[in-house]
Design a binder for this molecule. Structure first.
Ligand SMILES: [Zn+2]
Length: 339
């Protein structure tokens, strides 16, 4: 069975081709962080290797269970931050790991019927790595499936994108998420509603917040730091810029999520200015948001939102994180009443 939830529009499309073993050799799985791209990628890897198959993965044969446990020799996951040597390998998927993974595709699978390479963060690939991938996409060996996962489809090379079938994952509706969290994860209705709002319909985030109290604690700490930074002078702002830049070096996804949290905060400030409080994402911080919004003009808020979006997109094109963050801090408005 599929463990992917809320993506029936894709499963309906995939099932017939999987059953006839006529699936595409390359898919681009696109959607916001934690929407379920990796879950679908694992499910697809199972579907093409399942002993009960082909078609829907059974979830219980040796192939399905070994894949689910991350033990299967023919399923490789590449992500930024795994490379050994080059400094850049911390923020991109590097050429060495890509070459090694693609080289193996020319051998027969070891234990299954189809080799799969999953690129987790396909937008973060060095140019050399993307070109190596392109060659394989142009002439794929048989019994191979390439799965490219991205939260930013536009940042994936168009030549790579055009050789993949795109699967766009959708966020869940409120009813879908509340139902899923209540039946599958014993959440109370209040918890489920709050998690829907905070996760913006991304089930993976909601489940991790439910299972690990640290996720919500981290959000709280990040939001407090954000407010402090707005109240602080340039020196503190630059110190914070450096902290985020270091985080970017050690955990790229966490840093991007932090900036996305900033973006949502600033959108909330704009919603308050526009008198649309019912749409606030950080509803539990309404008081702080109101007080901050009163010290800023709508124009300042809009301009900073634009700066944040530019920063996020420039970080995907591999500019220096430190420089990008410092420029962002220079553009952070000073609240009325502050010096
Ligand atoms: Zn199976």
């Amino acid at each position: 069975m599929w463990t992917t939830y809320g993506q029936d529009h894709l499963l309906k499309r995939l099932e017939p081709s999987l059953r006839q073993r006529r699936q595409s050799h390359a898919y681009l799985l696109s959607g916001p962080p934690h929407v379920g791209k990796m879950t679908l990628a694992i499910n697809l890897s199972q579907a093409v290797n399942c002993l009960e198959g082909p078609g829907v993965p059974c979830g219980s044969c040796t192939q399905c269970t070994r894949i689910a446990r991350g033990l299967h020799a023919d399923i490789r996951i590449l992500a930024p931050g795994q490379g050994e040597d080059a400094r850049s390998a911390r923020t991109v998927i590097g050429i060495n790991e890509v070459k090694e993974a693609l080289g193996r595709l020319h051998l027969n699978p070891y234990e299954g019927s189809t080799s799969v390479v999953i690129f987790d963060g396909a937008e973060s690939m060095s140019d050399e790595a993307a070109n190596a991938l392109l060659k394989t996409l142009e002439e794929p060996p048989p019994q191979v499936m390439l799965l490219l996962l991205t939260a930013n489809e536009d940042a994936v090379l168009p030549t790579v994108r055009s050789r993949c079938q795109t699967l766009s994952l959708m966020t869940l509706s409120k009813d879908q998420m509340v139902d899923r969290l209540a039946t599958g994860h014993q959440a109370t209705p209040e918890q489920a509603e709050q998690l829907f709002r905070l996760s913006r319909g991304c089930l993976g985030w909601a489940i991790s917040a439910l299972e690990d109290a640290q996720v919500l604690e981290q959000r709280q700490a990040d939001l407090e730091k954000l407010q402090e930074t707005l109240d602080a002078g340039l020196e503190t702002r630059f110190t914070y810029a450096n902290e985020v830049a270091s985080l970017f070096g050690s955990d790229r996804e966490a840093a991007k999520e932090l900036l996305a949290l900033w973006l949502r905060w600033w959108r909330d400030l704009l919603l308050i200015k526009e008198g649309a409080e019912e749409f606030l994402q950080n509803l539990d911080y309404a008081e702080s948001l109101r007080s901050q919004a009163s010290g800023l003009s709508t124009l300042e808020i809009v301009q900073f939102i634009n700066h944040l979006m530019q920063t996020l997109s420039s970080l995907d094109s591999n500019v220096s994180p430190r420089l990008a963050m410092e420029v962002l801090m220079l553009n952070l408005p000073i609240e009325a009443g502050q010096v």
